[in-house]
Design a protein around this ligand. Structure first.
Ligand code: DMJ
Length: 464
């Protein structure tokens, strides 16, 4: 039943030919500079990069979670593969019109992906990559076997919510339901609502929505008197450990999902939590001393701590823009672009006072391109495409390898690391492509992306 449940995907437009893309990538005399390329050429270049990444996976890591691009090997996160790269990359293939590749990935997933595994998995990562990937695959492709897999996975993850507070443990054994990892963080607790909520809406079983909403509400209720959350919390006792507050890794997508759960489900409780949270974030974390950045502060006193911002924090202009706060989003995007261009590519963590890297690696992360894409789609301002061109150019230049693409151990030395995360196919190349592809490729206003860039469409009508 393709199309009946689905997100409309248009392929009437095709990027110019792959040859043009290859010529552009080859570098040297005659190569068009980034600013001279048309959008179609840029999209063609990114599509070709996706094929290069996928071909490397197919040749050296087929059936495994990730490609190791330098050693021509593979990495599985657990004792058996959960096929992260094909599942994460599947909807990008559909959006890019890569039908043969999508068909092959689909066969692999439906023939061999099993969640009946006797090992613990990280609830957050498996939810955003696997559950999100399956739900998006179901909505785009229409095959009910994707939804059946999502339901099976959802059932196996549910025991994670069995703590006294209702906040999930970090790990759950997929076969036995045994839980481990009581010390968690806001991102891992609060980044489950879109996937679990959608599973409820599509299956008619309210347990998933209720568990995820209860968890994030329990976390929100433990915010400090000034409205901030910290970096670690015990899900059994509800006690905070690390009280450092920021919008970086470990907290980031907690805020993202408060907003997006409101947009997707129209449940006013999420809007109330988002409104209260963003007011505190803007008051205590926004730092205007050297341009606009969002830094660290003590969750109880609001006292400023480290002036650190990094590749993960770069999602925040997208969230601000989606919430309607274009002034903050635009200024922060300027800072993100400055962070990127200072080194030719963004570091994992930057000290924005000294403009020196605190953690110098680059993990092929998507957030800067994600924000450029949101801002371009929401404002129509071509400057965001220009920023995207420069970022894509340097990203492909520094990370393309003979096989696939590599993370960097340092954006200063550009030394390479033997890793290509599945989010490079799910997110980085998807957002880059969508920034330059015609708007009909994906109706931005009709979907909500989960934090792994899997688009979810509200196909249900009645509010709960
Ligand atoms: C992805 O898995 C998700 O975007 C997550 O929210 C943050 N980390 C990576 C990408 O950087």
């Amino acid at each position: 039943m393709p199309g009946t449940m689905g997100i409309p995907v248009r392929h009437c437009w095709r990027p110019r030919v792959a040859l043009a893309a290859a010529l552009l990538l080859a570098g040297g005399a005659g190569t068009l500079a980034a600013q001279e390329r048309t959008s179609a050429q840029e999209a063609g270049l990114i599509r070709e990069a996706f094929l290069h990444a996928w071909d490397g996976y197919v040749q050296y890591a087929w059936g495994h979670d990730q490609l190791k691009p330098l050693s021509h090997g593979w990495r599985d996160w657990y004792p058996a593969s959960l096929e992260m790269t094909p599942l994460d990359g599947f909807d990008t293939m559909l959006l890019m019109g890569l039908k043969a590749q999508a068909a092959r990935a689909k066969r692999l997933i439906l023939d061999s992906l099993s969640f009946d595994r006797d090992f613990p998995v990280q609830v957050f990562e498996v939810t955003i990559r696997e559950l999100g990937g399956l739900l998006s695959a179901y909505q785009l492709d229409g095959d009910p076997r994707f939804l059946a897999l999502a339901r099976d996975l959802g059932n196996r993850l549910l025991p994670a919510f069995g703590s006294k507070t209702g906040m999930p443990y970090r790990f759950v054994n997929l076969r036995t339901g045994a839980v481990t990892g009581p010390v968690s963080n806001p991102a891992e607790i609060g980044t489950l609502t879109l996937e679990f909520g959608t599973l409820s809406k599509l299956s008619g079983d309210a347990r998933y929505y209720d568990a995820a909403k209860h968890a994030v509400t329990a976390l929100f209720e433990r915010r400090s008197r000034i409205g901030l959350v910290g970096s670690s919390i015990d899900v059994e006792t509800g006690a905070w450990g690390n009280r450092d507050s920021h919008v970086s890794g470990g907290i980031d997508s907690y805020y993202e999902y408060l907003l997006k759960a409101w947009l997707l489900f129209r449940d006013p409780d999420f809007k109330r939590m988002w409104d209260a949270s963003i007011a505190a974030v803007n008051r205590y974390l926004a730092d205007e001393r050297t341009g606009l950045w969002y830094g660290h502060a003590d969750m109880d006193t609001g006292e400023r701590k480290a002036p650190y911002f990094g590749a993960l924090d770069a999602f925040f202009p997208a969230v601000l823009a989606k919430s309607g706060d274009i002034p903050h989003a635009a200024r922060l995007m300027g800072s993100v672009y400055r962070m990127w261009t200072t080194f030719g590519i963004e570091p994992e963590v930057l000290d924005y006072f000294t403009m020196r890297p605190v953690e110098a690696g680059y993990q092929l992360r998507p957030e800067a391109l994600e924000s450029a894409y949101y801002l371009y789609r929401i404002t129509g301002d071509r400057r965001y495409r220009d920023m995207g061109r420069v970022m894509v150019d340097s990203l492909l230049h520094y990370t393309r390898s003979e096989v696939g693409f590599t993370a960097l151990t340092s954006v200063v030395t550009k030394e390479r690391r033997d890793a290509m995360e599945s989010f490079f196919l799910a997110e980085t190349l998807k957002y880059a492509y969508l920034l330059f592809a015609p708007p009909e490729t994906l109706d931005f206003d009709a979907i909500v992306f989960n934090t792994e860039a899997h688009p979810i469409r509200r196909t249900w009508s009645a509010p709960r």
